[in-house]
Design a protein around this ligand. Sequence first.
Ligand code: UT7
Length: 330
Amino acid sequence: MNGYLAISIRGTGRALPSRVLTNADFEKMVDTSDEWIRTRTGILERRIVSDGQSTLTLAVDAARDALADAGMAATDLDLIICATITPEYPFPATACFMQEQLGVPDIPAYDISAACSGFVYALISAAHFIHHGTYRNVLVVGAECMSRFTDYTDRGTCILFGDGAGAAVIGPAEREDQGMYYCHMGADGKGAATILCPGGGARTPASRETVDQRLHSLKMNGREVYKFAVTKMQQVIHDAMVAQGLAADDIAMIIPHQSNLRIIESAREKLGLPAEKVFVNIDRYGNMSGASVPVALDEVRKSGVVGAGQWVLLVAFGAGLTWASALIRT
Ligand code: UT7
């Protein structure tokens, strides 16, 4: 999808549980080692919710942080979109609970289910509404409690995931050069079963058997997803840069989904990008699915490395299989 969308990022925020699960903690839980996890994934630790915390509490905390950063009140919002695959309940949308807790009656609120690509999907949707004047100020949140859908006896997946939420308040462009200049979304349903939560949906409703068989947690064919991700990450970054005629030097920061450091490094090396232009925080948070990109976006903005008028490229891929990119001039 090419075409300029006149938007600006007004504010960003994040919420991360204080509880830390280290690789050493996993050594006590499953047959693994700190060395295996570090070298195969780049993860050192991840944040996990405590009792009383959930996708909704993280989402609302991140939203309040983003609103404060934007200098706006919740009542300034016209729409809330929450990207999550770990919703507060199967239905209704987590975004509706957020709307109630933020105290903004009547504005539309809905969830997007696009896994790790969810925040970028939501951001692109919001940008279209804003550009065409349908809504002015949109709260876009990526929030996940992956720990509630993780099988902590499966060493192939449990070491990967963490909990967190990131948020952005998006509004109309405030300068002529500001905006989303390129965006792209894709999906390949042939790969839908490669990352899946098999139990609890209409196909296989919850029962004693589904609980006994651990069907309410994420199952993943890691190798298949790895092959897809390594190719897709590189291709999506390349396509966005070519579409806008940008070289590595032109981009202030690429913010990729954080699922495996080897996937990020492979794309970076093949595209000849310097390490300081590709943001990494997987070492501290693991894979937070739809929350990874917005948490990284908030860390990048607040670190001050990206100034006004600079290019930022958001890139994500994940279950679905889905992928998405958004090239933004800040
Ligand atoms: O955000 C959603 C998108 N998800 C992803 O992008 C994930 C993509 N996949 C991956 O990142 C990687 O495939 C993993 C990190 C999940 C796995 O790494 P891998 O290098 O692909 O390992 P593997 O699955 O090929 O397994 C290699 C070996 C196996 O043992 P054998 O069969 O060679 O004896 C596994 O049983 O490593 C074993 N293994 C482990 N060993 C120690 C798997 N998990 C662990 C573990 N600790 N935690």
